[in-house]
Design a protein around this ligand. Structure first.
Ligand SMILES: Cc1cc2nc3c(=O)[nH]c(=O)nc-3n(C[C@H](O)[C@H](O)[C@H](O)COP(=O)(O)O)c2cc1C
Length: 368
């Protein structure tokens, strides 16, 4: 299933915050694809808390700080980034816009946002790599480790030789969550999704009747810490586990030599009733204890959310669904607009907090 329609009008000046793009995207993607993008697992309890967990955190601004220059730039794993807002990996961009990941790449580059591309992208690694090279933009690759280490290693080599400067390994998905909306929509049949990056992989056959099925043919359910250790060992670039919520897992990941950690609950799409990431972040920051950068995603919709995450010890954030809303409505320009709205709000928040540079966003600015 491809995108339902494309808007051709320029982005209105009246779209001033990312939430305004959601209903516009919904009009264009109505049906199973909208359910797939918007939905969470089970009763969507975690999803319901994702954004409010950030907005409920009160801020404690300083007054009378010179805010005539605001600097959002930051260093992350060897990159100097214009701002700490990254693009989370999301599957199958062809479902949102005919220019697929190539539009996302262009939009990201214009906004100075480092994108992470999914193993379940609708483009080949060669296409993503060419787009990144054309834009002179760094990018990271999100990997679902497969049981066949030879196959996975080849994928890693292809991604790295194509320019990926880190591997984001999703560690929270031995199986998908109870995605009731997708099951009701019979999404698998409706979407006819194709995943060119995984083209050479033979999905495991599953003879279980659909209503009893829990595994997904593209995800290996038997991945363990041993596989993470193996990956760190063979990877020439930093390995970043995505989907860590517990401090003990974070400590263990640091011991295994990861380059950074992403606190994530997979956009509340996997295990319902886990805490929102705003609640999990402090424990992971404490456990990492400065050994590696900690990133966070989930429900980030405002510049103040970004500021709070950084005050609480995150080095950067990633956004998922808002990027899809931007891509679906205005293609590359929509992706750029989403990041620019968040960045502008972040700058305003930094000025109003009395923290004009990223290192000045500290825990003391959270109202305790
Ligand atoms: C439609 C959709 C597809 C996603 N696909 C992937 C994926 O292929 N790999 C992955 O690691 N995470 C995937 N995610 C999770 C995102 O990377 C990210 O953790 C989440 O979207 C962040 O929450 P947010 O959407 O509230 O910003 C997906 C999320 C959505 C909404």
């Amino acid at each position: 299933m491809t995108a339902a329609g494309i808007r051709t009008d320029p982005i209105s000046d009246r779209i001033v915050h990312v939430g305004q793009l959601e209903p516009l995207a919904r009009e264009l993607l109505a049906g199973p694809i909208w359910d797939y993008v918007a939905g969470g697992a089970g009763d969507e309890v975690t999803l319901g808390m994702a954004s409010s967990a950030w907005s409920d955190i009160p801020l404690a601004p300083h007054v009378l700080v010179d805010a005539s220059t605001i600097d959002t730039s930051t260093e992350l794993l060897g990159h100097t980034l214009a701002h700490p807002i990254l693009i989370a990996p999301t599957a199958r961009h062809v479902s949102y816009h005919p220019e697929r990941e190539l539009a996302s790449m262009r939009g990201a580059a214009t906004a100075g946002a480092l994108p992470v591309f999914s193993s379940l992208a609708s483009s080949t690694l060669a296409e993503i790599s060419a787009a990144a090279t054309a834009e002179d933009s760094p990018w990271w690759f999100q990997l679902y480790v497969q049981n066949d280490h030879g196959w996975t290693q080849q994928l890693v080599e292809d991604a790295v030789s194509g320019g990926a400067s880190a591997l984001v390994v999703t560690v929270d998905t031995p199986t998908l969550g109870a995605r009731d909306r997708d099951k009701r929509d019979n999404l698998g049949a409706a979407a006819g999704a194709q995943y060119p990056i995984l083209a050479g992989m033979t999905p495991s056959p599953d003879s279980t009747p659909p209503h009893r099925r829990i595994y997904n043919p593209h995800l290996s359910p038997s991945i363990t810490w041993d596989d993470l250790e193996w990956l760190v060992d063979i990877s020439p670039v930093p390995v970043i586990p995505k989907g860590i919520l517990r401090p003990d897992d974070a400590r263990r990941a640091v011991d295994y030599g990861v380059g950074a950690i992403i606190v994530s609950n997979h956009g509340a799409r996997n295990l319902d009733t886990v805490p929102p990431t705003a609640v999990a972040l402090p424990g992971v920051v404490g456990a990492a204890d400065g050994a590696v950068p900690v990133l966070v995603d989930g429900g980030i919709r405002r510049g103040t959310d970004v500021a709070k995450a950084l005050c609480m010890g995150a080095h950067a954030v990633l956004v998922g669904r808002p990027i899809i809303w931007g891509l679906a409505t205005y293609g590359a320009a929509g992706v750029t607009h989403v990041i620019e709205m968040l960045r502008t709000e972040l700058e305003m928040a930094m000025a109003l907090l009395g923290a004009p540079t990223i290192p000045e966003l500290v825990d003391d600015l959270i109202w305790r």
